[in-house]
Design a protein around this ligand. Structure first.
Ligand SMILES: NC(=O)c1ccc[n+]([C@@H]2O[C@H](COP(=O)([O-])OP(=O)(O)OC[C@H]3O[C@@H](n4cnc5c(N)ncnc54)[C@H](O)[C@@H]3O)[C@@H](O)[C@H]2O)c1
Length: 365
């Protein structure tokens, strides 16, 4: 389902747009242009079987339109999987605005974009992503109700994301060590920003032996003294003695180089797209006896928080739903071990199975 071939195999230049939509079975693309405001955007609705397509808007200076198209197709499909495996009644979508977020944003541009979102009549719900602030979303909300993550609503998703990562990490520990206690476990947290700090807080409270790294020295000092954790160098983090590696900064940090150095037996962190190459490194972690908690299942707390805003549910509900990530990761790992298939593939299968099964419920009577 959804996947005909690996995205790396797709020659974008040889595939016209509708053919590319067919590769991942995308439902709809909306190309947005407005000369007056300078808006150039693409909204991708990948799949709405489970519900309206929810996913953030990214503003990025893409080198060319093909790069933007590829990104929005890939990201919207990723949201379908994340929303499905998290048990949410949401489909997958994403939007990209082409341009420099530091110099090209304006109230008019964001409101014009909001009008395009509104033209989809609720089939796509937007939120913040890279290059977009809550202030920008306020402008979008002047033209459409189909937006979440506004100030004063569900708020910062990071505590919910961190709690889900923490619970999923415990489930992986249960599978790997026979107990879900993280007390005394050596955990290396890469990146102590919004999510990383909340994660460190949970880990320190449980008595884990935490090491942290970040590019910001002042943040490191503050967090080390607040939670009593150790600081290690940016590159050193891959070589230290550890049980669990928790990437909470960048994608693609699980690669040929780091896998030859990492001594962990679990990889569980908040960062998106942790495996540099899913097929190669998803299998490499299995070969090394490492349990990899698939990123999109583990870091779903953020979208769970958005969903609570869409449905008018409480913050307590969001935390309770994020706690279910413990069960989700436990199920993924158990199935991966019994079927002998890498965890990332099992997570994809589980997301697809839910869409197929709920799709039957939605057939007309
Ligand atoms: N915020 C959420 O709710 C949420 C939800 C899902 C996924 N994520 C993902 O989790 C990750 C962290 O999100 P966040 O909101 O905490 O972001 P953030 O920007 O607040 O924090 C990232 C931290 O990583 C640090 N960093 C950057 N490069 C680094 C490097 N080379 N080595 C070590 N540290 C480095 C930054 O200085 C920063 O402190 C991101 O990949 C994000 O896409 C976040």
């Amino acid at each position: 389902m959804f996947e005909v071939k690996d995205s790396k195999d797709i020659n974008l230049a040889e595939n016209p747009v509708i053919a590319q939509m067919g590769i991942y079975d995308h439902e709809q693309l909306l190309f947005c242009n407005d000369n007056a405001t300078g808006l150039k955007a693409i909204i991708a609705v990948h799949n709405t079987v489970l519900g309206p397509a929810l996913g953030g808007t990214r503003m990025w200076m893409y080198n060319n339109e093909m790069e933007a198209l590829n990104d929005v197709l890939r990201l919207s499909r990723g949201m379908t999987y994340k929303n499905s495996i998290s048990g949410l009644n949401l489909g997958g979508g994403k939007a990209v605005i082409i341009g420099d977020s530091r110099s090209m944003k304006s109230e008019a541009l964001m409101r014009r974009f909001g009008k395009f979102v509104n033209s989809l009549a609720g089939k796509y719900i937007t939120a913040e992503d890279v290059g977009i602030s809550t202030n920008d979303m306020n402008w979008v909300s002047m033209e459409t109700n189909h937006v979440v993550g506004l100030p004063g609503k569900s708020g910062d998703p990071s505590p919910v994301t961190a709690y889900g990562v923490y619970m999923g990490m415990k489930a992986a520990a249960k599978a790997q060590f026979g107990s879900d206690s993280l007390a005394g476990k050596k955990v290396a947290v890469q990146g102590v920003g919004h999510v990383g700090e909340y994660l460190v807080k949970h880990l320190a409270a449980e008595g884990a032996d935490v090491s942290i790294t970040d590019i910001h020295e002042d943040t490191l000092k503050r967090i080390a003294s607040t939670y009593g954790v150790k600081v290690v160098g940016l590159n050193e983090i891959y070589d230290i003695d550890m049980d669990i590696y928790a990437p909470c900064a960048l994608g693609a940090t699980v690669n040929d180089d780091t896998l030859s150095r990492l001594k962990c037996s679990i990889i569980a962190g908040a960062a998106n797209n942790q495996l540099a190459n899913e097929k190669i490194h998803g299998q490499s972690v299995v070969d090394k006896g490492i349990i990899y908690a698939p990123d999109f299942a583990l870091n779903a707390g953020g979208v769970i928080n958005c969903y609570s805003e869409v449905k008018g549910l409480s913050a307590e509900w969001a935390m309770g739903k994020a706690e279910e990530i413990y069960t989700t990761i436990g199920n993924i790992v158990a199935r991966s071990q019994s079927e002998g298939i890498p965890t990332y593939q099992i997570a994809n299968k589980m997301a697809e199975e839910r869409i197929q099964s709920i799709g039957k419920v939605k057939l007309p009577l």
